[in-house]
Design a protein around this ligand. Sequence first.
Ligand code: SAH
Length: 281
Amino acid sequence: MTDSLPQADWPDFAPGWVWLCGAGPGDPGLLTLHALSAMRQADVIVYDALVAPEILDWAPGAEKIYAGKRGGKPSAKQRDISLHLVELAEAGKRVLRLKGGDPFVFGRGGEEAQTLVQHGIPIRIIPGISAGIGGLAYAGIPVTHRDVNQSVTFVTGHDQSGQTPSALDWQAISKASKVIVIYMGMKHIAQITAALIAAGRPADEPVAIATSATTSDQRVLETTLAGAEAAIKDSGIEPPAIICVGRAVLMRQVLDWQAGIEGIAPRNLDPLGRGRPAESA
Ligand code: SAH
C-alpha cells in the first residue's frame, strides 16, 4: 500500500495500533509523508473538524469516522473519542487518529495518547505542521526574526472550561515574549487584547489574524491590539483563526509571498526600519 510513496523504510502499520497523526493546517501539500503512508495503510481514520476534506480523499480504502469537536464543548466528549479509539484498536483495526495541525499542539493529542497507553494500546505519533507556524508562514509572517524576537509564545485563548483565557499570566507573557501566537483566540479577543495592553503592550502594536490559513479561503487581517476587536467585527472573518501579536507582523509587508513579487515591491522592503539589507550581520 505504500508502493506509490518514495522509496523509504516506511513503518508497518500493525493491526491493533493507533497512530496519532497531524494533518497540517489545511493545504494538503503540507501533510507529511509519514501521514500519507499511514493513510494508505489504515483500516479506519478518525478525523476532526479541521482536517481538510481533500486530504481524506487520499485514503479511499479506509473507513472514515468524524469526531468533530469545535471550541469549548464539554470535555466528556473527549473521553468518548479516546475510548472509541481504544475500542477500535482492541477490535484489531489499524486506527489512524488524524488531527488538524500538530496532534500535540492544543489538539488534546497528549490526552488521547495517554488514554491509549493506559489501556495498553501501542501508539505512534506523527507530528504535523501547526497552524501557529505554518499558517502564519502562509500569511508571510515569520514567527521568529533576529530583528524582532528571540522567543515566541504559543497560547490558547480558551481555558479548560472553554470560557476565558484567565488562567494565563498575561503580564508575564507580555514581558517575556515579543511575539505571541494565539490559538482559539477569536471568541475572547476583547479580553485578550485588553489584558495585553494592561500589561504594558502598546495599543498600536501590530496584530495579524489569519483565518483558514493555507487553504484557498485564507484571509489575513492586519490590525492593532486596540483595533482588533472592531476589525474582526467589521471584516466578518470567521474561525479558525490564528492571531499573531508583535512586530513580526510587519514582515508581512515584504514577505506576503502569496501576493507575488509585484504585490510586494511597492510596499516597504525594510518594514522593521533597520536601514540595512537583511543579510548583513
Ligand atoms: N493542533 C492544531 C491546533 C488545534 S486548536 C495545530 O497544531 O494547528 C484549533 C485552533 O487552531 C483553531 O481555533 C485556530 O486557532 C487554529 N487553527 C487550526 N487550523 C487553522 C487554520 N487553517 N487557519 C487558522 N487557524 C487555524
